[in-house]
Design a protein around this ligand. Sequence first.
Ligand SMILES: [Fe+2]
Length: 106
Amino acid sequence: MREAGLDAAYADHGLGVYPMTAAGSAFSADMIQSTGNPVADLYEDMAAEQKAKATYEYLLDLIDDPDAADPIKFLREREVVHFQRFGEALRCVEERLENKHMFYGK
Ligand SMILES: [Fe+2]
């Protein structure tokens, strides 16, 4: 933990899960982007998936160990699938809005 620069995090949280950015900013509810508008929220979800994919690509730039890189490559590909699924959901919502079956006007 010390060699990885995680000694302070270990001292505060042990081996417990404590979500934070690579720069050490702790996760908070302020990071949740939700408007209640399904179109806006789905676009936000899609952007989040692309951001996660970009983060995995940056991590891969920093990693030489294939035992560490392979799981990150797998997770990166999952973000692509998540992006595609949110896109499908967005198309469904937009179709429903156009048919005036649900939600509220444009
Ligand atoms: Fe994802």
